[in-house]
Write a protein that binds this ligand. Sequence first.
Ligand code: SF4
Length: 338
Amino acid sequence: MIDDRRHPLLSKAEPVGQTQLGDEQAPKDRLGSRQVQEVEAETALTDFTRGGNVTGEAWSLNPYAGCHHACTYCYVPNTISAERKRWGNYVLVKRNLLRLLRDELDRKQPRTVYLSTGTDPYQPIEAERELTRKTLRLLSRHDWPVEVLTRSPTVLRDLDVLEDIDHLRVGMSVPTLDDDVREILEPAAPSIEARLDTLSHLSRAGLTVFANYAPACPLTGDLTAMDVAEAFGEAGVQWVNTSFFRHRGHIVVPIWDEVRGTEDEHLARFVANREPQETLRAELQEALGRLGIPLHTAFYNPPFEIAGVRSGYKQLTLGQVPVEARPTAPAAREAVAP
Ligand code: SF4
């Protein structure tokens, strides 16, 4: 049993407070009173090289700054020195992004473009602004490899654009199968069911898809690691990425703030301690292995010639889980049309 009074982070946790960005405190509720502001960006493609099997040489591209999905554990506000209390309340739209990208595509080295690493490219504002859609079109015309990672079914709107990208993979972040846990940790993000359905649509449309079980949440209720593996197998993923919760105050403390004094305190204890996370990873690895699904770290960047179904790579056999025959692209488009 973990003693919170002795834990280096939980014992010292105070309510979240960081430097204020301004005097104005935007109200925040579950649907959000959300601010949108247009800004000029300095660059479109940012170096995202982590080396080896993690990313190899890569770029990241974030059409927006800020994210209305408002995940409690989001690491981004700390990496960009933004105020955590307002994280989820605002989005900055990079109005000059496409002009910058056109220029950079002509003079920078082609590498995998991660879209995105500091925002969700299909958060609600994208339905209106279509900045991600236009970005993907440009990348497609220049034939650059692309990885899309999102939590939102809005990605299905762009199936026509995605199908035109020769070297593409699409990931869906699904860090738990328990929608009650999702509600606590990702209060404004789409439901888990919607995400699994989206993965199925994308894989049936013939795209290379993976699940991002990251940061890996504890197995709650009756859920087992095999339930997670089977859910991803049925959704047609070719591999799963996962990561631990970062064992740092700026990740642990906001979650502790959220669940302290409730029956969900166990979530913060899981996040604050490495051992249960390592046990979960081992269980996941074993369960996925039984279905023939590889487990990798977050941002895994396999060479596209072995990752893409459409590049002729023999599709992985998912053990007992039958892989459906993939319908033709137009039929799949009809199936997911709103
Ligand atoms: S979707 Fe990603 S960027 Fe957005 S709040 Fe959640 S973790 Fe942060």
